[in-house]
Design a binder for this molecule. Structure first.
Ligand code: NDP
Ligand code: MG
Length: 385
């Protein structure tokens, strides 16, 4: 029996993970589940799975969670430190699925436990890439990529002979505004932006997919996960989301990973790794799909992707700024305070402001993150938000 913890258990990735875990009660035992504000969702999941520990990030909600779990055997805790403690509880397998750099400390805590960490929380890897992969190595932890493209690369990558690989290509659906003009994108609403054509996801990553920042973050994520040079990673728009990534070898062979767009497939790959487990995901029916299309990303209409692509060669501190400014801008867009095209504008303004150099420890990552958020808020004022 494998013991599992899920950080961000009430989110899109968290509930997909729970769905798989709950299908096989003999195979998995739940140690810890965490959420930020969704007391009802967390308590319900804890009762269903008989979790040992349930943690709510917002300390003001401790009483509500305690009430919701009264009479159950689940231990209850609250606050940021308690989320990190939950990650340190020593589960065999931890899903890191908190959104944003808010998940950085808990993901690091799970890695320091030296077990298996399934990583969905890409913002942490973008901000603290080398520190995170170093921690995994030092503590003997296994870091498995949940992000569908990276999970696809992981499955096609010859880990014993990276020198035989010429290039890795991530695919992008292109998001809901793939064919929109820049002018039309000016008046995009949050409701339109979170409606992804192929994938069902949380609000933040859905907006990132719409700006193509998600693909930019994913290039940086891939750079930290696979031992290739920055210029060996690229992305291509593939509207059907059937191929998730391609690995191009020196002999001309190209290995691709295909599957229906359902995150339970990559999550199951990580959950069962190094074995396989069955999932209820819809089977890929290529005859029904009919055709697969590809095109290069349009850097003019999707400047966020270009910004992130440039960062790959620019150093780790720049990636912290990119990510932090984007988190602030996406939050402001979702709150209706700025327009859709302002997101990339604010990120660019924050990047133009300074170069902090490469952070050498987590404290430096957080210092750059905090400063970049302030710069982004300041940039928002200059555009009248
Ligand atoms: P959601 O917004 O659906 O869920 C986020 C989870 O994190 C929730 O459980 C939420 O709790 C919790 N959370 C939010 N803020 C905090 C905080 N400050 N501290 C602690 N916990 C917090 O996001 P997704 O599931 O879509 O995405 C999670 C991560 O996975 C992201 O990094 C995303 O980029 C990545 N990812 C997601 C994919 C997808 O298909 N959804 C695909 C690939 C990667 P509460 O519910 O209480 O707010
Ligand atoms: Mg992805």
């Amino acid at each position: 029996m494998k013991s599992v913890s899920i950080l961000g258990a009430t989110g899109s990735i968290g509930t997909s993970t729970l769905d798989l875990v709950e299908r096989d009660r003999e195979a998995f035992r739940v140690v810890a589940l965490t959420a930020q504000r969704d007391v009802a969702g967390l308590a319900d999941a804890a009762r269903r799975t008989g979790a040992e520990l349930a943690v709510i990030g917002d300390p003001a909600l401790y009483g509500a969670l305690k009430d919701a779990l009264s009479g159950s055997a689940t231990e209850v805790a609250a606050g940021e430190d308690a989320v990190v403690e939950a990650a340190s509880r020593g589960a065999d397998w931890t899903m890191a699925a908190i959104v944003g750099t808010a998940g950085l400390l808990s993901t690091m805590a799970a890695l320091r436990g030296g077990r298996t960490v399934a990583l969905a929380n890409k913002e942490s890897l973008v901000s603290a890439g080398a520190l995170m992969t170093d921690a995994a190595k030092r503590h003997g932890a296994t870091l498995l990529p949940v992000d569908s493209e990276h999970n696809a690369v992981f499955q096609c990558f010859d880990h014993g002979a990276p020198g035989s690989i010429r290039k890795v290509t991530l695919t992008a659906s292109g998001g809901p505004f793939r064919d929109w003009t820049l002018d039309a994108m000016r008046s995009v609403t949050p409701a339109q932006a979170v409606k992804h054509p192929n994938w069902s996801m949380g609000a933040k990553i859905s907006v990132d997919s719409a700006t193509l920042m998600n693909k930019g973050l994913e290039l940086i994520e891939a750079f930290h996960l696979f031992p290739l040079e920055a210029d060996q990673f690229d992305a291509i728009v593939h509207p059907q989301s059937v191929i998730h990534a391609l690995v191009d070898y020196v002999d001309g062979s190209v290995l691709a990973h295909l599957g229906s767009p359902d995150m339970r497939t990559p999550i199951a790959h990580c959950l069962a790794w190094p074995h396989r487990m069955a999932t209820p995901c819809q089977r890929l029916d290529l005859a029904a799909v009919g055709r697969l299309d590809f095109r290069a990303p349009d850097l003019e209409r999707f400047p966020a992707f270009a910004l992130a692509k440039d960062i790959l060669a620019e150093g780790a501190g720049r990636a912290v700024i990119l990510n932090a400014a984007n988190e602030v801008a996406v939050g402001a867009f979702l709150d209706g305070r700025i327009g859709f095209l302002d997101i990339a504008l604010i990120v660019r303004k924050a990047l133009d402001r300074y170069d902090p150099g490469s952070p050498s420890c987590l404290e430096e990552v957080f210092a750059i993150d905090v400063e970049a958020r302030a710069v982004a808020r300041d940039a928002m004022e200059t555009i009248g938000a």
